[in-house]
Design a protein around this ligand. Sequence first.
Ligand code: AMP
Length: 190
Amino acid sequence: MNIVIFGPPGAGKGTQSKFIVDKYKLYQLSTGDLLRKEIKDKTEIGKEISSIINSGELVSDEIVKNLIEKFVSNDNYKNKIIFDGFPRTINQAEDLDRLLKKHNQKIDIVLKLSVSMETVKKRISERQAQEKRTDDSEEIAIKRYKTYEKSSEPVLDYYKRSNLLKVINGEAKIPEINIEISGIIEAMKG
Ligand code: AMP
C-alpha cells in the first residue's frame, strides 16, 4: 500500500507518518527530511536549495522528482511508501503518477490533515523550541502556509477527482487521529 500524507506545515504529517510506519511497516519518504539532509551534507543540491527552504518557497519539481525516483525504483520499498510532503504541486502529482506507473505501483490513499492557520502558527513555534529548524520562525511559517495555499491546495482537487482523498481533522488529539487513520487503512486493506 502506498499512501500520500498531505496538509500544511505543522499539520502533523511527520507525526502521523511515523505512527503509520510503526503500525503497518511502511517506509516514510519525507522530501523535507531528504532536502535538509542535502543541506547538512553540503552537497551541490544542498547549496542550491538552502536559501529557498529558508525563505519558505518550494524547491524545483525537478530536484524533488529525482529524490523520489530513487525510492520508487527500489524494490525494497515497493508498495510500502508513505509520501510525506510530496507531491506539493500538480506537476509533482503528475510526475508521481507517471513514476509509480513505470514501476507497476499506484497510490492507494491520500490522507489530508486539515488545520487552521492559527494552529499552524502555534505548533510551529512549539516545534521551533524543540527542533530548531531554520525555517520554523513565525514569519517563515506564515510564508510556508501561504505557499501551501497557493501551490499545494490545487493538488487536492487532482486527488478528489480520482476518489483517493480522505480528509481528517488535524486539530484533533494525536491518538484520535491515529485511530481515524487506522480505520481508513484497515478498510482499504479489506
Ligand atoms: P517540510 O519538512 O515538508 O515542511 O518541507 C520543508 C521545506 O522543504 C519546504 O518548505 C520546501 O521548501 C521544501 N520541500 C519539501 N518538500 C518539497 C516538495 N515536495 N516540493 C518542493 N519543495 C519541497
